[in-house]
Design a protein around this ligand. Sequence first.
Ligand code: HEC
Ligand code: HEC
Length: 312
Amino acid sequence: MGRKLFALSLFLALTACIQSDPFSQPSPEATTEQTSTAAATETPEQRAARLQATFPAQQREPEDPAQVAQGQGIYDVNCRGCHGQDLRGGDLGGPNLLRSNLVLADQKGEAIGPVIREGRTPAEGVAMPPLPLTDADVIAVAAYIHSVAATAQPQGAPPPGAVAELNIVVGNAENGQRFFEARCTNCHSVTGDLAGIATSIGTAENVQNSWVAGRRFGNPNANADPTRRFVKVTVSMSDGSSVSGVLGRRDDFIVSLTDDFGQYRSFSLHGNSSPSVTGVSVEDPLAAHRALLSELTDDLMHDVTAYLVTLQ
Ligand code: HEC
Ligand code: HEC
């Protein structure tokens, strides 16, 4: 173990000399290219299934395969000894990255990157040394981690092959009610939109999946794009006008929307059209669900579910 660690630190010191770029935000060009390449490899069925998935790690756009392959190489060399071959933790004492809220919240390395660059010193056990990877390597290794996380079993899912009924109504409904009143009543009401939700949804497991995902559990229409229809966008123009509607697509070059009259509109962000676009603001109410997840403990999740199943 001692010798292994010594060899590891020697290696890390060497990589430190070779790669010394400071971490900065990935350049927009790099990320756009990644999204469009990856999105192009996805069939409409795969896209629909991804958007219907319950857990955020599975709703992400697929990563660019080339970037994932590059990231895997970097991971195997720099991270695997501590975080394990399957990300569940390794011989040298790194934590399980599949259950990491930081990894869950990360999009393209902006949260994982600083951990890599600065290292981590836990209260006891082996520390994670700072690893001065380049920006491109950080983005690639993050893509690899997300690609593995996307294939992991969701929390609460029974192990593959298990037939036992899962009893997830193990929480404290009063705690759940307190949390609900503090955090959910901005957007929901137990006498309004969520009235009788336990009866209409059926099983406790489906109630939990529904509220965690922010999606009515039921017979999903394969072509529906449920995360989209709430996402509003407002495009401001240089002449002071603005156009709002339901977001179609947004990347670094273009934003498109369907306005209140059902008209499809698209705006170039870099063209020299006049008037030109001066601002784009996106409002996604389901972002609240995703943000909530990263602060939920298993207990809290069970408490909220225990409360919601009382809404018969
Ligand atoms: C020498 C062992 C070691 C190596 C090598 C290592 N890690 Fe870690 N890593 C750790 C330890 C230990 C922690 C947890 C420290 C703590 O408890 O705060 C950690 C924490 C993390 C976290 C934060 C998890 C969280 O939820 O807070 C991320 C992300 C991470 N490592 C990614 C990586 C990546 C990516 C690499 C390779 C580029 C890597 N680590 C290399 C040991 C290591
Ligand atoms: C910022 C607003 C917001 C907050 C806060 C919020 N939600 Fe939601 N929630 C939404 C939106 C938007 C939807 C999608 C609504 C739809 O499908 O019609 C949704 C959907 C849901 C659904 C599925 C809806 C259905 O009709 O079956 C459940 C259940 C749910 N949320 C529970 C919760 C719980 C529990 C909390 C608090 C822990 C919470 N939400 C917090 C906005 C919010």
